[in-house]
Design a binder for this molecule. Structure first.
Ligand code: 5GP
Length: 213
């Protein structure tokens, strides 16, 4: 991932069936990896208690969202539970061009869109230890009616069956271990030969003179 010797950042895409613990994991990652940038999506859904504009999401109207779709502003967008969500191309491109790694939290439709366009990134899927445990977590969360929980479990089952869309699968037994596993993936991916950029002048000269970079 180098252009004229400049190091580009890596997009890390994370998704998980609803109730798996992705939001808590990403919160912990934010605290542990302050240098990792988080892609702030646009959404038409209402702001929840404690959420902040520009930090959790950009909260916009459906009309503005549709305008952005027709302007071609989104790298991908999807409709999830009757609301729209989209990732702005601009923010992602600027972040990786600066050499910063960026984390995108997407639903599975977003992952499918990015895979269809051969988007260069690392795709990580977080899974619950079991369907029984997923149900227990959704019930404990207490934010959805029993009917909605049933729907989320069914959607979750379909999503789990598509685990091969991803590069990595992590079972979320606890948030701390899951965050550590994601940090290991990030560390490993950054060591790939494709991401190597020499910092020493003599190595740069060597590789340039052999037309390797
Ligand atoms: P929530 O409303 O609970 O914050 O998010 C609902 C779902 O939408 C989650 O799976 C979340 O990861 C996903 N999501 C958030 N932002 C985006 C986005 O920009 N694109 C897509 N495709 N999904 C998103």
């Amino acid at each position: 991932m180098t252009i004229n010797g400049a190091k580009k950042g890596i997009p890390f895409i994370i998704s998980a069936p609803s109730g798996t613990g992705k939001t808590s994991t990403c919160k912990l990652l934010r605290a542990k990896l302050p240098e990792l940038k988080f892609a702030v999506s646009h959404t038409t859904r209402a702001k929840r208690n404690g959420e902040e504009e520009g930090l959790d999401y950009y909260f916009i109207s459906e009309e503005t969202f549709k305008q952005k779709i027709s302007n071609g502003d989104f790298l991908e967008w999807a409709q999830v539970h009757n609301n729209f969500y989209g990732t702005a191309i601009d923010a992602i491109e600027k972040t990786i061009a600066k050499g910063d790694d960026v984390l995108l939290e997407l639903d599975i439709q977003g992952v499918e869109s990015l895979r269809d366009m051969n988007f260069s990134g690392v795709f990580i899927f977080i899974l619950p230890p079991s369907l029984e445990e997923l149900q227990r977590r959704l019930e404990t969360r207490g934010t959805e009616s029993p009917e909605k929980i049933k729907g989320r479990i069914e959607t979750g089952k379909n999503e789990i069956c598509q685990y091969k869309l991803y590069d990595y699968v992590i079972t979320n037994h606890n948030v701390e271990d899951t965050a550590q596993n994601i940090m290991s993936i990030i560390k490993t991916e950054k060591l790939r030969a494709a991401h190597y950029v020499p910092t020493a002048q003599d190595l740069q000269t060597l590789l340039h003179s052999n037309r390797i970079i």
